[in-house]
Write a protein that binds this ligand. Structure first.
Ligand code: NG6
Ligand code: CA
Length: 516
């Protein structure tokens, strides 16, 4: 009797296995995985969106992602500037491990190795089509760049099937778009030359020819003039290929829409790297004057509009519910970043960093704590999460979502946190401004001693550098006003030990340099 029962059980189990195989097969045949889109802003601060508390600016489309998805209050970029943050996002490796992960000139070779693990490679292995549209700023080529031939290696060699990018920043040459490794619209009879060392003979510069500029430089930004805007670096030729600054947002949006429409039948991973509100801030005329805050506010409204159009496209194509959107920014805000554009004069009561201290370039919170949202209609329940999360963790988390192996990096799997199923984020995060870093642990942050100006003379931003240790309790003191290093030596030692362990360095209080 008992044996018979066993046979029955076995037969039942066999039936179940056959059945589950069949359903698995069926699932694999249907495109059930969500598309994944990372919308990445450039210099958008923690306080620059109404969903994060801005009252003087209204960002309804970004807010929609925040309010219908999860709004993270402790979401971080890996750095307080662009290149290192993008490096962390795309490779899962802390940028301070790579000496070259610092703000790059437009002529720099690529800093991601072609055999390195990357987020888009993970997505490729998971069966996704992958694309980057927008700002790159991770270097291109291997040191002998010919802008007139193949601009390679680049995004297409590190995991992106499709790329349509600007090489570095809007304020750096070359001021052209690169379409899958070829300068878009280049006339072979007017080749491009680029130098970050010296000017090309007879070419005007912002420094020598201010009469040719329509935007005035404040610091840096006095080399080649393109479209009346003096840039960083020298460039000659490529006239027909040069971009129109005021069209850039529409141009990238057009590429994004085309990509979605032509790739919607299979899952895609799209990295939509917007250029706002980085300098030079050049809103399309439709947005000029709309914010009352000058160009910086206007381009935030322009970006918000683009995001609305992007969402509308997903809806029209019937794929909004099957698309996971991750929204964040590469670093915190700055008002004066090199041009006279009234950003400081017209900011009024707007607080680009919200209640946080510092800004772009800073070791204080506003440097790398940024807006961070995840949205997936019908799957992610709307809410607010205080979990400590970082862009560096998207690589391992999206690998886990797709059941693919990822090469071990600093990236950790927090998929449940990003999907709102758990509130338990990181215990520790090394945050910082590139090579200079601090440790966030629970509610605490410890900034080790650094030499250097406390306040940047160019941007006016408090950089967070001090010869002594700083310790803040962010729960009670989000504005980092009370240094508790002396009052709480035990906590300080605990964080120093952890920091030194993770970074593999020794720290010490520094003495002022003796005047000779
Ligand atoms: C700085 C530029 C700044 C901006 C930044 C990069 C000067 C003096 N300042 O070197 O204007 O371009 O680099 O910004 O040139 S980021 O967001 O791409 O990191
Ligand atoms: Ca940036």
């Amino acid at each position: 009797m008992i044996r018979k029962f066993h046979y029955l059980l076995l037969a039942l189990a066999g039936l179940l296995i056959v059945q589950s195989c069949a359903t698995e097969k069926k699932q694999a045949a249907e495109p059930t995985k969500p598309n994944v889109v990372v919308i990445y802003m450039d210099d958008l601060g923690y306080g620059d969106m109404s969903a994060y508390g801005a009252t003087e600016l209204s960002t309804p489309n970004m807010d929609r992602i925040a309010n219908e998805g999860i709004r993270f209050t402790n979401g971080y970029a890996t750095s307080a500037t662009c290149t290192p943050s993008r490096y962390g996002l795309l490779t899962g490796v802390y940028p301070w491990r790579n000496k070259r992960a610092a703000i790059l000139p437009g002529s720099a070779p690529m800093i991601i190795k072609t055999d390195q693990e990357t987020l888009p490679k993970v997505m490729q292995r998971a069966g996704y089509q992958t694309a980057v549209i927008g700002k790159w700023h991770l270097g291109l080529g291997d040191g002998n760049m010919d802008w007139n031939g193949s601009v390679t290696p680049g995004p297409n060699q590190v995991g992106f099937d499709h790329s349509y990018i600007l090489a570095a920043t809007q304020d750096r040459v070359p001021t052209v778009y690169i379409d899958n490794g070829k300068v878009d619209g280049l006339d072979p009879n007017d080749p491009i030359s680029v130098s970050y060392k010296e000017n090309f003979e007879g070419e005007p510069t912002g420094k020598d020819n201010p009469e040719l500029t329509t935007m005035k430089w404040h610091h840096g930004h006095n080399n080649s003039i393109v479209n009346g805007i003096p840039r960083i670096g020298y460039m000659k030729g490529g006239e027909a290929a040069k971009w129109t600054d005021t069209d850039m947002a529409d141009h990238f949006l057009g590429k994004v829409k085309d990509y979605i429409k032509s790739h919607k039948d299979k899952p895609f991973f799209l990295y939509y790297a917007m250029q706002q509100p980085h300098v030079p801030r050049t809103p399309h005329p439709r947005f000029v004057g709309k914010s009352g805050m000058g160009p910086r506010g206007d381009v935030i409204l322009e970006a918000d509009w683009c995001i609305g159009e992007f969402m509308k496209t997903l809806e029209e194509e019937g794929i909004l519910e099957n698309t996971m959107i991750i929204f964040s920014s590469d670093n915190g805000p700055v008002l004066q970043d090199g041009y006279y554009d009234d950003a400081e004069e017209l900011v009024g009561n707007h607080k680009p960093a919200g209640a946080l201290r510092g800004g772009k370039y800073s070791l204080f919170e506003a440097g790398s704590r940024v807006p961070f949202m995840t949205y997936w209609k019908g799957t992610i329940e709307p809410g607010v999460s205080d979990a400590l999360v970082c862009q560096i963790d998207l690589l391992a988390s999206l690998a886990s979502m797709n059941n693919v192996e990822a090469v071990p990096t600093d990236s950790k799997n927090f998929l449940d946190v990003f999907l709102g199923k758990s509130q338990k984020g990181r215990d520790f995060l090394v945050e910082g401004e590139g090579r200079g870093t601090a440790l966030r642990a629970g509610d605490w942050v410890m900034i080790p001693p650094y030499r250097g100006a406390a306040v940047s003379k160019n941007t006016g931003i408090e950089l967070g550098k001090n010869l002594d240790y700083q310790l803040y309790n962010l729960k009670e003191d989000i504005g980092q006003q009370n240094n508790l290093a002396e009052a709480n030596p035990e906590k300080l030692q605990e964080l120093i030990a952890k920091y030194e362990e993770i970074r593999g360095v020794k720290t010490k209080k520094l003495e002022p340099k003796k005047k000779k």
